[in-house]
Design a protein around this ligand. Structure first.
Ligand SMILES: [Zn+2]
Length: 381
């Protein structure tokens, strides 16, 4: 039986990390469709509240509502290997792991997606397996179907390195997931994870990075509290460029460097409001805009912006012919060179974290006009 949207979503009453009831609203984006579940027709899907709250005790920024994970990830369209940038990123991470820990290590990747990291790790000779909840990624040899928070006994081993890239924002039951990570990690092992960084989000008013599968928006301070609950400490933090500004964290048992960042949330709402105003003014001032890229960010952006655009271009074939949820904007493949050479449009890059490669690609096709990325004010290139 089909569930009603109210049955597929619940409001949290306590912090997901520390159980405190003191949750303060910091940004309310209203009801929004699921950003990554592209639709087969215009305006067909359910909408759910999209609101960020901050725990006043442990400082963790998180969503006020949890959409059922089977609903959230049922039609998950995100294949990492469609992006050259991500392939390069994970090849370099595999090399970093070899440099730091050698090749004689057991590695487990949580949220292995289409094997974008497992593949280079195995090519370098490491014993690496992954888990992922999406059936279509699992071959039962190197990638197994599982949620980390329900990780099954049959895969239990102890690992020297456990990795999770862009998954530790996506797990509602973070304490259960972390208990499993700790249980699977050898005494001297390292837990490496990459998450979007709250500081970048607040500085840039990056509201289009907020979506239903991102339950958490981590600062180093809030990560330190969460990890410490599970006996882990931050050993090292690196800035990385993926997803518009992320951090890679290396956590181990029994080390405490006392790292902290105290992020001032007070101007976040104002920055988002100003950015919305600037982007709406931009769209109102342009006669002909082409949207390039239909990532989750585009869903959030175009559910908050007013635009007359009726289509968006995305090079990922599985997205083509579908609609950006809640917008009626259809996703199409890139037009040919003749179109681009004669186009007087401005190209709005919704997938702004990979703007460089989009600009190169469209310039190669002969486009001479302007590009714009959704900063405040919108940046013309
Ligand atoms: Zn808390």
């Amino acid at each position: 039986m089909k569930k009603k949207s109210s049955e597929k979503c619940f409001k949290i009453t306590t912090c997901r990390v520390c159980d405190s009831k003191k949750l303060k609203t910091i940004l309310d984006l209203g009801d929004q469709p699921l950003a990554n579940n592209l639709e087969d027709s215009a305006y067909s899907g359910d909408k759910y509240p999209l609101k960020q709250v901050q725990c006043q005790k442990c400082k963790t920024v998180q969503l006020s509502h949890t959409v059922d994970k089977e609903v959230l990830f049922a039609d998950y369209m995100y294949d990492s290997s469609h992006s050259k940038e991500f392939i390069k990123h994970f090849e370099s991470l595999a090399e970093t792991i070899v440099e730091k820990y050698g090749k004689k290590v057991d590695v487990l990747e949580v949220g292995a997606n289409d094997g974008i990291l497992i593949k280079p790790l195995r090519e370098l000779g490491l014993r690496a397996i992954g888990i992922d909840p999406a059936e279509r990624f699992c071959d039962n040899k190197t990638i197994f179907k599982a949620w980390i928070e329900d990780f099954e006994q049959q895969y239990h081993n102890k690992y020297d390195v456990i990795i999770g890239c862009n998954v530790f924002a996506h797990i509602h039951d973070i304490n259960k997931a972390m208990a499993n990570v700790v249980n699977l990690l050898r005494q001297e092992g390292t837990f490496i994870f990459e998450v979007q960084y709250l500081g970048k989000m607040v500085d840039g008013g990056l509201f289009d990075m907020v979506y239903h599968e991102h339950f958490f928006y981590w600062s180093i301070q809030s990560l330190a509290v969460m990890l410490e609950k599970h006996g882990l400490y931050i050993d090292e933090v690196e800035d990385i460029e993926t997803h518009g500004g992320s951090i890679r964290v290396y956590a181990k048992r029994d080390i405490d460097l006392g790292m902290e960042d105290d992020i001032d949330m007070s101007d976040y709402q104002t920055r988002v409001r100003e950015k919305l105003f600037a982007l709406n003014s931009f769209f109102a001032s342009q006669e002909h805009v082409i949207i390039y890229g239909a990532p989750a960010k585009a869903t959030v952006l175009f559910n908050k912006l007013e635009t007359s655009a009726v289509f968006a271009i995305d090079d990922n074939e599985i997205k083509q012919g579908k609609y950006i949820p809640g917008t009626g904007i259809i996703i199409e493949q890139s037009p040919n060179g003749t179109y681009w050479r004669n186009s007087d449009a401005t190209v709005f890059i919704a997938a702004w974290n990979v703007a460089d490669s989009i600009i190169k690609k469209v310039r190669r096709l002969g486009f001479k006009g302007n590009f714009v990325i959704p900063t405040n004010p919108p940046q013309l290139i």
